[in-house]
Design a protein around this ligand. Structure first.
Ligand code: ADP
Ligand code: MG
Length: 549
């Protein structure tokens, strides 16, 4: 016999299946999404707290990053998984604003829940939300300002705000990393037909525990996690001419089991001689190109290593394909797939190629390249936990600065855009009228969850702050007024340089609205996962079913 839920007997589903219907299903989904939003809400902004996540194997992650928290939480309920999806998409699309998008989605759903209680049909709410998000995007455009890769100061501020909430230590450290990130993004950005493009893959982020955060550096080139193959080769090469090879520097083994019959010691000697000659030829060809360093994607035979070392040429073997591509972009060289006819023009240039021991491991620094189109941010920090969190902060900030450049627009943060959009949505709602008006107002209220959370996390009075913000936004120059989290007051954040890419906000609003729509269209949850898995009710009933504040 199958389980009976919502008064309906489910004969046609396998034993152990569960079914939740109609408004029960919707209420449950909404409650779960709101609960998830509330979990990450406390991490929002520079005064947000961190979460310590412990996996079932006992691994510990300490983080403030929305996407990481949700991923590590391993949520099981299908609606909760949709929330995790928002964070992941946000991370992929813009690289920052994950907490914002999840908090927004949870609050859009909570507001929708209140409308449902007033017997407003989900399709009306969806319609209202769609109108609202379109209008919100227009308002966002109207309050955003332009930014290009040349506006270093603005980009640095965007990087700083993005890193602001991660617990990565002192102002000096943040300033230094902010500079590194804006330099890095500027270096690899390309202007294609009037629009800037930033390929994030070209800014490699490498981390190694040890040293301290201040030792984090921008390498104008590539860091290769390998060593120089032979101890007799130079470990530090200035003005290096770099040869990039996609061929093995070995004698190829025959494919089939060919036998060579050697009948006399003479023949044996001739054979070995022949092999040695072939390898010597390879090295001759390399030397002829004028290369002083060779990066080989394949293997390098011991004898070839020996010959190269004798001629003062350094080599690194089994370099990853992705690193070969980065080397090509950084040094301006081309990857050769044959040793024949390599021209000097195909060689790359690096001001310095050096093997250094970092934390007991050898790494090869290819740096001081001329106008490199691929760079590396080398993250350092006291312990594994610290470097990991700094790395996440760097990745977020890299995404934020890149989004700002690609999109060409930034806005003022600290909840000020959300307040401005909310205000204008309230005015717009009246123009629309009808039942959709209520949904547009609900959307406007949900946006206020961002300044509310920022104020709450900063220990400020939430109601007072909200009232002050609303009043200020009614004034003529109130657009940039937000929660000045660091000074626990309401002030104009345009003046204090709390800048964020417009794309972060646009993507957060659209992803949150889409998820709200998805969930508001569900009136039936059928789970055939059997008794062992948590059914649609989730383990231990419904968390956060309390929908009040
Ligand atoms: P997310 O994952 O959404 O990026 P964060 O924890 O990084 O979440 O917090 C981002 C929010 O914090 C944004 O609304 C941003 O405007 C705000 N914020 C960041 N720095 C400041 C600051 N110095 N003053 C006020 N608000 C800030
Ligand atoms: Mg952020």
């Amino acid at each position: 016999m199958s389980k009976q839920v919502s008064g309906e007997q489910v004969y046609y589903l396998p034993e152990g299946s569960q079914r939740v219907l109609g408004s029960d299903a919707m209420r449950m989904n909404i409650a779960i999404c709101y609960a998830i939003a509330n979990i990450v809400k406390t991490t929002l902004g520079p005064r947000g707290m961190d979460k310590m996540l412990v996996s079932d194997l006992g691994d510990i992650v300490i983080t403030n990053d929305g996407a990481t928290i949700l991923e590590e939480m391993n949520v099981d309920h299908p609606a909760a998984k949709l929330m995790v999806e928002i964070a992941k998409t946000q991370d992929k699309e813009v690289g920052d604003g994950t907490t914002t998008s999840v908090v927004l989605a949870g609050n859009l759903l909570r507001s929708a829940g209140q409308l449902l209680e007033q017997r407003i049909h989900p399709t009306v709410i969806i319609k209202g939300y769609e109108l609202a998000v379109k209008k919100a995007e227009k308002v966002l455009e109207s309050v955003s300002s332009p930014v290009t890769p040349k506006d270093t100061e603005t980009l640095k501020k965007i990087a700083l705000v993005s890193m602001g909430s991660k617990g990565i230590g002192s102002e000096d450290e943040k300033m230094k990393i902010g500079q590194i990130i804006s330099d890095a993004v500027m270096q690899v950005s390309e202007n294609k037909t009037g629009k800037y493009k930033v390929d994030l893959d070209l800014i490699k982020v490498e981390k190694k525990a040890g040293g301290d955060v201040m030792n984090t550096e921008l390498i104008r080139g590539v860091l290769i996690d390998k060593e120089i193959v032979h101890s007799g080769m130079p470990k530090s090469i200035k003005d290096a001419k770099v040869l990039l090879l996609d061929v093995a520097l070995e004698i190829e083994k025959t494919e089939t089991d060919a036998k060579i019959e050697i009948t006399s010691p003479d023949k044996m000697e001739a054979f070995l001689h022949q092999e040695e000659k072939m390898m010597r030829d390879m090295v001759d060809k390399i030397q002829k190109t004028g290369a002083t360093v060779v990066f080989c994607q394949k293997g390098v035979d011991d004898l070839v290593q020996h010959f190269l070392a004798k001629r003062g040429i350094s080599a690194v073997r089994r370099v990853k394909k992705s690193d070969m591509e980065k080397l090509a972009r950084a040094t301006g060289g081309q990857v050769a797939s044959s040793l024949e006819d390599i021209k000097e023009s195909e060689l790359g240039y690096a001001g310095s190629v050096e093997e250094r021991k970092i934390g007991g491991e050898a790494m090869v620094f290819v740096e001081k390249c001329k106008d490199p189109k691929s760079v590396t941010i080398f993250v350092r920090g006291g312990t594994d936990h610290v470097v990991s969190e700094v790395e996440r902060a760097v990745i977020d900030a890299r995404g934020a600065v890149a989004s700002a450049i690609e999109d060409g627009k930034f806005v003022v943060g600290g909840g000020s855009v959300e307040m401005e959009i909310s205000k204008q949505l309230h005015e717009y709602a009246i123009q629309i009228g009808g039942r959709e008006q209520l949904a547009i107002q609900a959307f406007a209220e949900a946006l206020e969850s961002i300044p509310k959370a920022l104020a709450e996390n900063a220990g400020m009075d939430v109601i007072d702050t909200l009232v002050a913000l609303r009043n200020k936004h009614k004034e003529k120059d109130g657009v940039g007024v937000g929660v000045d989290v660091l000074n626990s007051k309401v002030s104009d954040l345009k003046a204090s340089g709390v800048y964020e890419p417009a794309k972060v906000k646009r993507q957060a609003m659209s992803a949150a609205t889409e998820t709200a729509r998805l969930i508001l269209r569900i009136d039936d949850i059928i789970s055939s996962r059997g008794k062992s898995g948590p059914g649609p009710g989730g383990p231990g009933g419904m968390p956060g079913m309390d929908m009040g504040d």
